[in-house]
Design a protein around this ligand. Structure first.
Ligand code: NAD
Length: 429
């Protein structure tokens, strides 16, 4: 049966909403200990979202061993999936042995739109004429003094008609500096709206930023000598491992069904870093997948080629990541994550994220073409099965070792391993 929300849920004092979650839905002390919020975390959650009942304690791990533009770095990842942290760290170590990642990032210009209906050709001309542009610029810039002080602000506008709907799209470009920029762009588009309606004689359908962020690209690459790859090629020669990694990427370029999964793997790390820094993961994902599809076909976000005795890997994608604004400089956990990275600016964070995405993809491809990924996954999975079977403290890891010895990864095997462990005969079953 679905538990009923207490009556008047939306208007309940937050403490009562929290009590409903912790008292009714978290079923016992074991669950409450693992999933209930502390007071400070709940206060913050209640400020951050509507109808807050608690927090979701997502695991936070640190991927180690990155060498990015000559700096050693550890990268915070908030993620529920096993192997993501381990894979990123593994690839980081391999690439570091070959000289590390080189990265770059474009500026932070984002676009917001006022979509207008009922605009005739004369109205369109008034919008895009010099007087119209000056008026629109003045309306947008009114709210941007603090952004301009930081070197950002208005960067221009474009007017165009969309052929199918006949809507006129007024696009406004703004350099948002270290912010993700969604609110800044939405505010700017709404500030332009009355002026745009008056000038055009039309009526706005909506004012909204675009998450398509083609002017916010970040890139990373590595050049890995075969000598550095060799020790990690799991039975293959370095040349063969490099050839197979490059072929795996060609496969993703040819077959969109593989590209979906290839790019999902790229985003494993990037989305986890976005989550750890409380960036908008949906915005980052939407922009990345749109970029990967810009040719009209889904293509891989990374590229590889083996040349001479070197494997070259690279990635390019839009990364609208903020280091201020939104929830980023609000939540202490996000601020701590940024501290671990040395408090980068927005472009710095995008560069780290690009290197991370390339690392994650490289780890996945190397594992896939040299023996598969399930061996490592299943060991991690076993600890979860043991936890579900009731193992606590050191027991999940110990039970997982017993399961690995038997090579069986099922709930029944977890229960059997736990029982053996508790009976004290884990070593000599
Ligand atoms: P924001 O509204 O907090 O704006 C950034 C603020 O930071 C501004 O007040 C700015 O003046 C200040 N600031 C201080 N130092 C700065 C610096 N160095 N560079 C830039 N600004 C600086 O945040 P935002 O980034 O405009 O919007 C992000 C939020 O909007 C996220 O929470 C996101 O989830 C949300 N959002 C997203 C969408 C979408 O993606 N479609 C839509 C609506 C809202």
């Amino acid at each position: 049966m679905t538990p009923e929300l207490p009556p008047g849920f939306r208007k309940l004092p937050s403490a009562e909403r929290r009590a409903f979650w912790e008292g009714t839905l978290l079923a016992d002390d074991d669950e409450r200990e693992a999933a209930a919020a502390g007071d400070g975390a709940f206060t913050l959650a209640d400020l951050m979202v509507e109808n807050a009942v608690g927090v979701l304690p997502l695991p936070l791990g640190v991927a180690t061993g990155f060498l990015i533009d000559g700096s050693e770095m550890a990268v915070p990842l908030a993620v529920e999936e096993p192997s993501v942290v381990a894979a990123a760290s593994h690839a980081a170590r391999i690439v570091a042995a070959g000289g590390g990642f080189s990265t770059e990032a474009d500026g932070s210009v984002m676009e917001g739109y006022v979509y207008l209906e009922g605009v005739d050709a004369a109205g369109e001309a008034r919008l895009s004429g010099p007087e119209g542009r000056a008026e629109l610029e003045a309306a947008v810039r009114k709210g941007q003094a603090s952004l301009e002080k930081r070197g950002g602000g208005y960067r221009g506008l474009e007017v165009g008609r969309l052929p199918a709907t006949g809507l006129v799209a007024l696009s406004i470009s703004i350099d948002v500096r270290d912010a993700m920029g969604a609110n800044l762009l939405n505010t700017a588009a709404e500030a332009a709206r009355p002026v745009a309606e008056r000038l055009s004689g039309g009526r706005a359908l909506m004012c909204i930023l675009s998450n398509d962020s083609p002017r916010r690209l970040a890139r990373a690459r590595f050049a890995l000598p075969f000598a550095a790859l060799g020790p990690f090629a799991r039975g293959l020669s370095a040349a063969e491992a490099a050839r197979r990694v490059a072929l795996a990427c060609d496969l993703a370029d040819e077959d969109p069904r593989r590209a979906v999964t290839h790019n999902k793997g790229v985003m494993n790390g990037i989305a986890s870093l976005a989550q750890a820094t409380m960036n908008d993961t949906r915005a980052v994902e939407a922009a990345a997948h749109a970029w990967a599809s810009r040719s009209g076909r889904l293509r891989p976000l990374t590229a590889y080629r083996a040349e001479g005795e070197v494997l070259h890997g690279s990635i390019e994608l839009p990364l609208a990541l903020g280091t201020v604004g939104g929830s980023v400089d609000l939540h202490p956990a996000a601020r701590a994550a940024l501290r671990l990275l040395g408090n980068p600016d927005s472009r710095g964070l995008a560069r780290i994220a690009a290197a991370l995405g390339l690392a994650q993809n490289f780890a996945a491809l190397l594992a896939l073409v040299s023996g598969g990924i399930q061996g490592g996954h299943m060991r991690l999975h076993a600890t979860r099965l043991a936890y579900k079977a009731g193992a606590r403290g050191d027991e999940p890891r110990q039970a997982a070792e017993l399961m690995a010895a038997d090579g069986e990864w099922t709930a029944a095997a977890a229960a059997k391993a736990l029982a053996a462990l508790r009976a004290g005969n884990g070593g000599d079953r």
